[in-house]
Design a protein around this ligand. Structure first.
Ligand SMILES: NC(=O)c1ccc[n+]([C@@H]2O[C@H](COP(=O)([O-])OP(=O)(O)OC[C@H]3O[C@@H](n4cnc5c(N)ncnc54)[C@H](OP(=O)(O)O)[C@@H]3O)[C@@H](O)[C@H]2O)c1
Length: 291
């Protein structure tokens, strides 16, 4: 359970936040039913369940299992965002889509997207969301092609997303891939540079380079944390930095918590809902900026 999520829940209006740790898939049904039966159908409307952890597959299963355990009218809303990955990946993809549309009059459909750190929670969900938007996604691992392919297989089995593996174990292994990419997501562990200034220059087709790592050094050389469409490299790709994406992520998570509290009909919020909300947040911010 992350302190970040506890703070976000309190700031959204929840008055008591009780973390349950070491919860596995078997426990989610009994825990859900313990929560729903304690206050009567009206009182239980003030309760919500948040699913954290770091395993995106397990969290998605838990969201479904918790929903299946409801006994209407004893029912509460549930929101999954393991390690912030659903809201962060959604904010990243929505921010990239916005830059593609406004600077290049295009979209992710048909684009080649390379995802550094794709085996982690944020990278895996960002890969799935980009693939759902029609991109041809290469999910990269610094441990080589086998590790990347194994993550792709898990994502395909669980989320039916078609992803290719990419070898990011050395600059040489990446050279060919980089020449054909249109978009790069840097979603590797905090404080790791995954794309050097030379690699940015070598990527001649690159349109957008988005980095979620806020801990120096930047994940992509030349992308500042607050950048939102700043040109980098000799081919003029647009950089989006971690705090520009983080501001959208924060608002998406805040609004989803508020939606849980306000909803008359109970809501079950996963990464698709985070994606829909992120597109709305980015659109609203851009019209505010234009006004
Ligand atoms: N901006 C925001 O709002 C926001 C919110 C949440 C998280 N974040 C950031 O998002 C990023 C991803 O988060 P996460 O929890 O998914 O990360 P993570 O699980 O810590 O790491 C993601 C992947 O990075 C790769 N990696 C680890 N060490 C590496 C190294 N030395 N060189 C290259 N790759 C390495 C690993 O994959 P391989 O071993 O397969 O390469 C790992 O699966 C982090 O930088 C985090 O700080 C940002």
């Amino acid at each position: 359970m992350s302190p970040f999520d506890v703070n976000m829940a309190v700031d959204a209006g929840y008055q008591v936040v009780v973390p349950y740790t070491d919860v596995d898939a078997k426990l989610i049904g009994p825990l859900t039913q313990d929560a729903i039966f304690s206050r009567g159908p009206k009182g239980v409307a003030h309760t919500g369940i948040f699913i954290g952890g770091r395993d995106v597959m397990l969290a998605t299963d838990m969201l479904r299992l918790s929903r299946e355990a409801m006994v209407p009218p004893f029912e509460v809303s549930v929101f999954a965002d393991p390690s912030g990955s659903f809201t962060t990946a959604a904010a990243l993809v929505a921010s990239v889509e916005w830059q593609l549309r406004h600077a290049f009059d295009t979209c992710l459909d048909g684009k080649r997207v390379l995802v550094f750190g794709g085996t982690g929670p944020v990278g895996l969900i960002a890969s799935v969301l980009a693939a759902q938007a029609g991109a041809r996604v290469s999910l990269a691992s610094s441990r080589g092609l086998d590790a990347a392919r194994s993550a792709c297989e898990r994502a395909t089995a669980h989320f039916r997303a078609a992803l290719d593996g990419a070898d990011a174990s050395s600059a040489e292994a990446l050279q060919e891939t980089l020449q054909s990419v249109d978009v790069v997501f840097a979603t590797a562990a905090a404080g790791v540079e995954v794309m050097s200034a030379q690699q940015v220059s070598d990527a001649a087709r690159l349109l957008v380079a988005a980095d979620v790592n806020a801990v120096p050094p930047a994940g992509i050389a030349g992308v500042g944390v607050m950048d939102n469409g700043k040109r980098i490299g000799q081919h003029g790709a647009l950089g989006i930095g971690a705090l520009a994406i983080g501001n959208v992520k924060y608002e998406v998570q805040q609004r989803l918590f508020v939606q849980m509290l306000a909803a008359k009909q109970k809501v079950y919020l996963g990464f698709q809902d985070a994606m829909d909300m992120a597109r709305r947040v980015v659109a609203e911010r851009s019209s505010l900026a234009a006004a």
